[in-house]
Design a protein around this ligand. Structure first.
Ligand code: MEV
Length: 426
């Protein structure tokens, strides 16, 4: 393919259908592939075409439901969008165990986002700080003029923080606008506010402002959840001891802490995606928070109570929205929010924190007992065999044989299905 070029100007100007035709021509796609591009599911072409640039199709993932969640005495069914098998099952299982001791308790989550304004080339740092402090109300009022509706709802720019940082380009002043964004994720609102106040700040501080942007390290929007997990339901004292050892491993070793936190994010990102929230913002914030002490740490903590039950706790910044973005315009995200039945972005964060904790306990319980592969592979093998579109009877038999043979790959699935089909004269 030496004559292939990825240069293509004006692709975005073409109607969606024409883009699909162009792609078919460019890559010589077959009819089946063309049909795949045309299958937009529940999206109208006009809807999907507005979401991003150069759209050629829609990409589907399964949405599953985690059951049994009781959080602050309210029951929740949690929608999860994820491609990895056994994650949803593990969340449901651990949520059921948590019910034995009353379920999860999640703290109230504030809806304060940070917007950063980068002041460089500041002539006199102390004087600039003084000017900002003196004109704080004026700065907040310019910010608040940008969103009168948010103000009416009790939200808006509430406070300022000033930080001094040393950089290789010299000292910088970072002015942080603290904005109560209520039920929105808030990036758009706070970016608008930061841009609006910057000319005034440049003026009173005698400085050059470059960046004016949200911080995804939402330290004023931290969610905390805890629960007691019955030792017997988890599998006994030895399993609890294994979980505590797993936890200490993660505390002491960033290589392990990363995987530990990945297990937490299996749940949280699945809910983030289901509800149409920004997975990258949640993920970036979580990992930055995990290393806020200067060393990457697990986002959960574990101990035992006086009866030897496992006590788990999670602390994680969660900037969720239930309005704005695609939370209400994406049909499936809208349905996911209906299933979840939360009344605020803070409540969504409370559920997500509990889900992350449950997911982590599920992974650690499996790792500390039979190992992760048994459950994982049992489900994964079925998934692989199912792709071959054979009968349920053959799926079960082939999946079991793949586990016994420890060969969970598409290649072996095909071989095993062929063998079984032959032996059954199919
Ligand atoms: C797999 O998606 C997640 C785990 O690796 C998490 C963990 O090791 O704690 C099982």
């Amino acid at each position: 393919m030496t004559d292939f070029s990825s240069e293509f100007s004006g692709f975005y100007k073409l109607p969606l259908e024409e883009r699909q035709h162009q792609l078919v021509k460019l890559l010589d796609l077959n009819q089946e592939e063309f049909e795949l591009l045309r299958t937009l599911g529940y999206f109208l072409p006009s809807q999907i075409d507005r979401l991003i640039e150069n759209v050629v199709g829609s990409y589907q993932l399964p949405m599953g439901l985690a059951f049994n969640f009781k959080i602050n005495s309210k029951d929740y069914i949690v929608p999860m969008v994820i491609e990895e098998s056994s994650v949803v099952a593990a969340a449901s299982k651990i949520a059921k165990i948590a019910r034995e001791h009353g379920g999860f308790v999640s703290d109230e989550v504030k809806s304060i986002m940070i917007s950063q304004i980068q002041l460089t080339k500041v002539k006199d740092i102390d004087k600039a700080k003084e000017s900002i402090a003196k004109n704080k109300e004026k700065i907040l009022s310019i910010a608040n003029e940008q969103d009168p509706i948010l103000n009416q709802l009790g939200g808006g720019a509430k406070d300022l923080e000033i930080r001094e940082i040393e950089t290789r380009k010299g000292k910088m002043l970072i002015l942080q606008l603290l904005v109560d964004v209520k039920d929105a994720m808030g990036a758009n609102i706070v970016n608008t506010m930061a841009e609006a106040v910057s000319p005034y700040i440049e003026d009173i501080c005698n400085a050059k402002i470059y960046l004016r942007i949200v911080s995804n390290l939402a330290t004023h929007r931290v969610a905390k959840s805890r629960a007691v997990f019955d030792k017997n339901l988890l599998g006994g004292e030895e399993v609890v001891e294994g979980i505590l050892n797993a936890y200490e491993f993660a505390v002491a070793d960033p290589y392990r802490a990363t995987t530990h936190n990945k297990g937490i994010m299996n749940g949280i990102i699945a809910l983030t995606l289901a509800t149409g929230n920004d997975t990258r913002a949640i993920e970036a914030g979580a990992h930055a928070y995990a290393s806020i002490s200067g060393c990457y740490k697990p986002l959960t903590k574990f101990d035992v109570d006086s009866e030897g039950n496992l006590v788990g706790e999670i602390e994680i910044p969660l900037a969720f929205g239930i309005i704005g973005g695609i939370t209400r315009s994406h049909p499936m995200a809208r349905l996911a929010l209906k299933i979840l039945n939360v009344g605020s972005a803070g409540e969504l964060a409370q559920v997500a924190a509990a889900l992350g904790l449950a997911q982590n306990v599920g992974a650690l319980r499996a790792l500390a007992s039979e190992g992760i592969q048994k459950g994982h592979m049992a489900l994964h093998s079925r998934k692989i065999v199912k792709l071959a579109s054979v009968s349920d009877e053959i799926i079960e038999e082939a999946a079991e044989r793949m586990i016994t043979d420890k060969k969970i790959q598409v290649g072996s699935a095909k071989e095993i299905i062929e063998l079984i089909s032959k032996s059954k004269n199919l």
